[in-house]
Design a protein around this ligand. Structure first.
Ligand code: C2E
Ligand code: MG
Ligand code: MG
Length: 685
């Protein structure tokens, strides 16, 4: 029992909780920390089995492991704490006698340093340690893993089952030279010890710095029976605070923010978006088929691809946006600051196309595709976690549908967006391809039976879809500001056309052109109009710009200023669709307006709807009082004409006389006149 006497000394001087068991698991001795930890004095403990401290199930499990391998490394729950689940790391090694026969077992709780036996302190220590325990692995003489504890699982992400039979090379990161591991094993075999720091790759594919301590366990014959390795994640043990902060928030490989930083930023961004009433978008980008690439070309190339992919994705967004690497080949993008949905889709599209370019200059033919899922705040959720989940779900759907695409979590939103993006791009292309046409609809003066003016109305002559009405594309053109080049083009065409008609003898014809609020907000509008007037040589007073009531309500001072400038040029203003807005006639007096166009919705039901009739009559009367011209739009029938004549509205526009026509057809119409309507041919003056 001399050996045990020696152990008594070791026990006395150790701060770790230690005890010695006989081969059947009865306590032979314990030290003070052990007594404090488990709370049993020698009188109670000695001679009892370790069931006392571990509980029956754990005792059976440990003894079974010992009979098989003579070594145990794992976790137990202290018996008294079964309910509160206080976990302890337990290592058991055999104690050999001089003949090399196992004589007893040394049980140790390596991370449990107990100074004085105060229970509270102990509990605290135990719970803190519980999170920070080192990872332990036990390998066989060939270096293959036999056992790991739960901290090892936590640090590396791999469960025991996935590791059994593997060597430490399994964590190979590609950041050590090829001779690193052979050297490690050589040194370990020769000196019985190896200690160092290395980069490990966890199950999530991310790298982390770790320290590894390997030691050899030999039997008295000097044969190696096991290697025991202690692995610590040293991410949190870096020197400078700044470095610590950086490491804690970034992925080491790509240097992009990690999950933690992304989640922080997401929470902040949501708060801000909520305050400012803005949208934000979350994109889950998952590279397609990255795993086989990584496996066939090796992780060194795989890493370069990931770095490059991260960089390309970053190039698609603004600095204020966050691109984070979550794990493996997954990136999350947080788009802040009122990300418009089209903008988001455009970015997704750009990412897909950038990734499809060759990834590495020296390794030809590596191109990637990706699957991208997008969730939106506030449309999809206001919860960070749910937004992340929705984006991932959308990404899964892309994977299921064949990859290499993006989609929104909300199908409806996605479909709408797609349609809108397509429309936007189509409008852009149509402007370049000159697919737009200007049609002209006559405005007739009932007293003189003349067409005194025509309204220019744009049409889209689509190569496949045929003639498209402005209602289908003007709103989108306005939203995307494409109305600016389009509106300018219409104005120029209309003025040129008027010049031609005037030259052909239609000397009293005027031209009405619709002006969008977007155009009206441009400070250059007056100079643009002036330029076109000069260029085409038409008389400013022969041009009537149709604006809507909303323009006058929007930014009054600015609106009046712009209108005054245009008024000084001599052009006329008509208020289009009058009556459906909120402005009163009195209010409109501030503006240099010449004509009111009664909205066609009132005209439509004049005969049957008394309210509409009353409103129309009132608008006409008030326009007369204010000395404004008044014209009725949407005049389709004799009945409309009768009512309007009766109420002294002499100017009309509508299908009753003519639909909007291409210039050539309008010329024919003008020379034939509105025959069959009981009116004489229109005068050419
Ligand atoms: P708007 O300026 O009020 O034009 C009158 C609309 O009523 C035209 O529709 C015209 O075809 C239609 N219309 C005329 N007479 C009748 C009728 O008797 N019955 C019925 N049911 N409808 C009639 P369109 O051409 O489809 O244009 C729709 C709107 O698109 C226009 O309303 C205008 O706001 C806008 N728009 C058209 N061209 C332009 C343009 O060049 N620039 C801008 N900014 N807007 C334009
Ligand atoms: Mg109009
Ligand atoms: Mg109108």
């Amino acid at each position: 029992m001399q050996v045990l006497e020696q152990y008594k000394k070791i026990l006395e001087h150790s701060e770790d909780a230690l005890a010695v068991l006989d081969l059947k698991g009865h306590y032979l001795m314990q030290n003070r920390p052990h007594q404090s930890c488990f709370g049993f004095p020698d009188a109670v403990l000695l001679g009892k089995t370790a069931t006392l401290c571990w509980g029956e199930a754990a005792f059976i499990r440990v003894m079974a492991a010992l009979s098989e391998k003579a070594i145990f490394c794992g976790e137990i729950v202290r018996h008294r704490d079964v309910e509160s689940e206080k976990r302890f790391l337990l290592s058991i090694f055999p104690i050999f006698d001089a003949e090399g026969k196992a004589q007893a077992y040394l049980t140790m709780y390596p991370s449990l340093k107990i100074t004085r036996g105060e229970e509270d302190q102990l509990r605290l220590a135990a719970s803190v340690m519980g999170h920070r325990l080192k990872g332990m692995m036990v390998c066989d003489p060939e270096g293959r893993i036999e056992l790991v504890n739960s901290s090892f699982t936590r640090i590396t992400g791999y469960a025991l089952e996935a590791l059994v039979g593997k060597t430490v090379e399994h964590f190979y990161s590609g950041h050590q030279g090829a001779d690193y591991y052979p050297a490690l094993w050589k040194r370990l075999r020769e000196s019985g010890q190896w200690q160092g720091e290395l980069w490990c790759r966890g199950k999530d594919g991310l790298l982390f710095p770790a320290s590894l301590e390997f030691s050899v366990i030999q039997n008295p014959q000097g044969q190696t029976t096991h290697y025991v390795g202690i692995l610590s994640d040293i991410r949190e043990r870096e020197i400078s605070e700044e470095r610590l902060l950086y490491l804690g928030h970034h992925d080491i490989l790509t240097r992009l923010p990690n999950r933690r930083l992304l989640e922080d930023r997401l929470v902040q961004a949501l708060k801000q978006a909520d305050r400012k009433g803005e949208q934000l978008a979350l994109m889950h980008v998952d590279l397609d088929h990255f795993k086989p690439v990584n496996e066939s070309l090796g992780s060194a190339i795989g890493d370069r691809i990931l770095i490059e992919a991260g960089q390309r994705i970053k190039n698609c967004v603004r600095d204020a946006d966050t691109v984070a690497r979550m794990k493996h080949d997954t990136f999350i993008i947080l788009l802040t600051e009122s990300s418009e949905i089209e903008h988001t889709a455009t970015i997704a599209q750009k990412i897909l196309s950038l990734l499809s370019e060759p990834m590495l200059p020296d390794v030809p033919d590596i191109r990637l595709t990706a699957s991208i899922g997008i969730s939106l705040y506030p449309a999809d959720s206001a919860e960070p976690k749910i937004l992340l989940r929705h984006a991932e779900e959308a990404m899964r759907r892309v994977k299921n549908e064949g990859r290499n695409a993006y989609r929104f979590y909300s199908e409806e939103m996605g479909a709408q967006t797609l349609a809108r993006i397509e429309l936007k791009m189509a409008i852009q292309r149509a402007i370049e391809d000159k697919e737009f046409k200007v049609y002209y609809q006559p405005q007739v003066d009932l007293r003189s039976n003349t067409v005194f003016c025509v309204e220019a109305l744009v049409r889209w002559q689509h190569p496949e879809k045929g003639l498209i009405s402005p209602a289908a594309f003007i709103p989108m053109a306005e939203e995307t500001s494409l109305i600016l080049p389009l509106g300018e083009w219409v104005l120029r065409m209309a003025c040129r056309q008027l010049k031609l008609w005037r030259a052909q003898g239609l000397t009293s014809l005027r031209m009405a052109v619709n002006l969008s609020a977007v155009q009206f907000r441009q400070a250059q509008l007056p100079s643009l109009v002036q330029e076109i007037l000069e260029e085409t040589g038409i008389n400013p007073s022969d041009l009537e710009l149709e604006i809507t009531e909303s323009i006058t309500l929007e930014n009054i001072d600015k609106g009046i200023e712009t209108m005054n400038k245009l008024d000084q040029l001599g052009v006329r203003f008509a208020v289009d669709d009058f009556g459906i807005g909120f402005s009163s006639l009195g209010y409109l007096r501030q503006f240099p307006i010449h004509t009111l166009k009664v909205d066609q919705s009132f005209i439509k039901d004049l005969a049957t709807n008394a309210d509409d009739a009353a409103i129309t009559a009132a608008i006409i009367a008030m326009a007369h009082n204010l000395n404004l011209d008044v014209i009725a739009e949407g005049v389709e029938s004799e009945a409309h004409l009768d009512f309007l004549r009766e109420h002294q509205c002499h100017k009309v526009q509508g299908y009753y006389f003519s639909r909007p026509l291409p210039a050539e057809d309008l010329e024919k119409y003008l020379s034939a006149g509105p025959q069959g309507k009981g009116l004489p041919p229109l005068l050419k003056s």
